[in-house]
Design a protein around this ligand. Sequence first.
Ligand code: ZN
Length: 124
Amino acid sequence: MIHYGNSTQEQKEIIYSRIKSEIYCNINDIVEGNQWDFDDLENYYDDECVHCGKKEEEECECFEATPHEVFEWYFVSEQLADKLYAIGQPVVRTFSFKAVWGRTCTGQSIALDPTFWEIFQESL
Ligand SMILES: [Zn+2]
């Protein structure tokens, strides 16, 4: 798996350009203080048990899914929203918010998140 830390400059440029073309803008100011309907949030829950950290398929007896903690909201392209959804990332696709991604990282460049390296791995 190629990630930021072991990638070449050329591979970083590919990731930068995909991020630039498929993530449109941060919408934290729109979402914050809004009555966000969490029923519209797909992949709201992680597949890890909040009690023991086991994955759902391992069937612990105490299973209770952990909600994702979203720090940042972004308008993204619809095709990127599909890819984010497929790898378990929180997304919202309602009429008023066409395609929104909930980023569960913060405090670093998006290019450092493993998320986009995973999604665009095959194009590197
Ligand atoms: Zn458990």
